[in-house]
Write a protein that binds this ligand. Structure first.
Ligand code: FPP
Length: 254
């Protein structure tokens, strides 16, 4: 299974990048997965957390270097209190359990989003996993937790103003340095599960030239075969970044 599409050892010149450097995922469908089985919604979220390690491992085997997972959005606070509490508890337990397991696999974990509104014990768990995995050189896993793209942009503007940066110095490169993703490449591929086709405030700035892949599969069922399908679809895309497609020698295609 893993031998059909190999990462190129040298960067391709024709706009094709068979293996994306950075994949970001909107993990949707936990609630519907649970309803289908007559289970409470939280059981769907539990199954979703149990899927994280399998998917991280699968992308790492394919040579993906950066994976970003949308775990809790700035809008998720508006869900019923019990679901929010249940989700935050699950996230804390998952970060503690999976953090240790992923550390053994050399995964470096990062957090994207606000920390100040999270329960202190969850903040603590995040600090610990970041410190534990800081020097790892395997895949970088970014967990977007209390993350919203608009919130990120507004907070960047505030900090640019606080730093007294003169308007003429503000350009795209400087602005990107004020985002949570300052040290990450932009996502090449954004996957959304569970048949929804929208961005839901995820990586608004960073997704300017991302390819999108949608699948009807609910997140808890998104397995190694689904990973392969998404990567195969990506490998067939022609990325143009607003320009014209080019031939392998760099010349424009006729
Ligand atoms: C959307 O499903 C999913 C979420 C709001 C939570 C996703 C979070 C996880 C799977 C945990 C990941 C954990 C780590 C540490 C990365 P939904 O409830 O919107 O599903 P529905 O649309 O079917 O109701």
């Amino acid at each position: 299974m893993q031998t059909q599409v190999k990462p190129f050892s040298t960067p391709p010149t024709d706009g094709h990048h068979p293996i994306p450097l950075h994949v970001a995922i909107i993990m949707d469908g936990n609630g519907r997965w649970a309803s289908q089985r007559n289970l409470p919604r939280l059981e769907g979220h539990r199954a979703g957390t149990e899927n994280v390690r399998r998917v991280v491992q699968a992308f790492a085997r394919w040579g993906v270097r950066y994976l970003t997972l949308y775990a809790f959005s700035t809008e998720n606070w508006s869900r019923p209190k019990e679901e929010v509490q249940g989700l935050l508890d699950l996230l804390e337990a998952t970060i503690q359990r999976e953090g240790k397991a992923l550390h053994k696999e050399k995964v470096r974990i990062r957090h994207l989003g606000r920390l100040d509104r999270l329960p202190p014990s969850l903040q603590q768990a995040i600090h610990e996993v970041l410190a534990l995995t800081r020097h790892n050189e395997g895949l970088t896993l970014s967990v977007a937790l209390d993350y919203g793209g608009r919130d990120e942009i507004v907070s960047a503007v505030r900090r640019i103003l606080q730093d007294g940066i003169p308007p003429e110095r503000v350009d795209e490169v400087l602005f990107a340095r004020y985002l949570y993703t300052a040290d990450l490449p932009d996502p090449d591929l954004i996957i959304r599960t569970a048949a929804e086709q929208r961005l839901s405030n995820f990586l608004l700035w960073q997704s300017a030239y991302s390819e999108f892949y949608f699948t009807p599969t609910y997140w808890p069922d998104f397995n190694e075969e689904e990973v392969e399908r998404a990567l195969t679809a990506f490998a067939q895309r022609q990325r143009r970044y607003g320009g014209l497609p080019t031939a392998p020698n760099g010349a424009p295609h006729p």
